[in-house]
Design a binder for this molecule. Structure first.
Ligand code: F6P
Length: 298
């Protein structure tokens, strides 16, 4: 399990272990994502280890944003450990970074199967990734809850939603939570037109407005993505964040109305998976082992 955690990963793990043991395979859990594969932090996983974990958030194996191709001697260490631990197949549960590294390892001769996991839902070749629907539920609930307080105070509330460079999470949570405006990375926006919508709503007697904004959304006049830190992780990603606060200040200045920003942050990744992600995780885990059995790798 690599990259950001999310609800539903443990469902995959429980299903993988269960079906693999049915097939007579031994299962090893790699601790902390690719760092465990580099350092040899690898332990057997039994049915007892995974019993009931399908309903628990996070990952029982731990995770990291370690890129095996960036670490000193990484690929060699990985290949040595694959040999040392007698690993015949690697099941990588992750998003674009984890799965692209798994693909590269596959090209180096490590038989690998990828399971799509990310709250961002930004993976090609699949419409579904575990964690996404739970995150939508959490963010939608938060957005819904903001209506009463925004209405009571006649405020503009801007909710910042995760999703990196993709707008799926903001779009779906914004729709389900009844946001009046939804701003996503796929479309740059103009702050003045947002203020105009707020003013038009005001004329119609709608004295409050909820705006859902993706952390990767960008106003036309700003060149770069808004970041908390420009420092890049091992996969080359900066830490996004801060767009809601910028909007809060600009909107208050231009409309004269009170505005507040809310950053949902890691709440969107925490806690138990919803039913959809539990079941999707179980199905993907079972299928991953079936692919191993059929020797369909890469
Ligand atoms: O990819 C999942 C995600 O939650 C993104 O939506 C977000 O930009 C990023 O991870 C945050 O990562 P971290 O938890 O490492 O700060």
């Amino acid at each position: 399990t690599g990259g950001g955690d999310c609800p539903g990963i443990n469902s995959v793990i429980q299903a993988v272990v269960t079906r693999a043991i049915q097939y007579g395979y031994e299962v090893l859990g790699i601790q902390g994502g690719y760092s465990g594969l580099i350092d040899g932090d690898i332990r057997p996983l039994s049915l007892e280890n995974v019993e009931g974990v399908y309903a628990v958030g996070g990952t029982i194996l731990g995770t990291s944003r370690t890129n095996p191709f960036k670490a000193e001697g990484g690929p060699k260490k990985v290949l040595d450990n694959i040999k040392k631990f007698g690993i015949d197949a690697l099941i990588a549960i992750g998003g674009d970074d984890t799965l692209s590294a798994a693909q590269k390892l596959n090209e180096l001769g490590v038989p690998a199967v990828g399971v799509p996991k990310t709250i961002d839902n930004d993976l090609s070749a699949t419409d579904y990734s575990i964690g996404f629907q739970t995150a939508v539920d959490i963010a939608a609930d938060a957005i819904s809850r903001l209506h009463t307080t925004a209405k009571s105070h006649q405020r503009i509330i801007i909710v910042e939603v995760m999703g990196r460079y993709a707008g799926w999470l903001t779009l779906m949570a914004g729709l389900a939570g009844g946001a009046h405006m939804i701003l996503i990375p796929e479309q740059t926006f103009d702050i003045e037109s947002i203020c105009n919508v707020i003013k038009e709503r005001e004329v119609k007697g709608k004295t409050y407005t909820i705006i859902a904004v993706a952390e990767g959304a960008k106003p036309k006049h700003i060149e770069d993505l808004v970041t908390v830190s420009k420092e890049k992780d091992e996969f080359g990603h900066v830490r996004l964040g801060g767009i809601a606060e910028i909007l809060e200040k600009e909107i208050a200045k231009r409309t004269g109305k009170e505005a507040r920003s809310v950053v949902l942050g890691h709440l969107q990744r925490g806690g138990s998976p919803n039913s959809f992600d539990r079941i999707l995780g179980l199905r993907l885990g079972l299928f991953a082992v079936d692919l191993v059995k059929q020797r369909k790798f890469g």
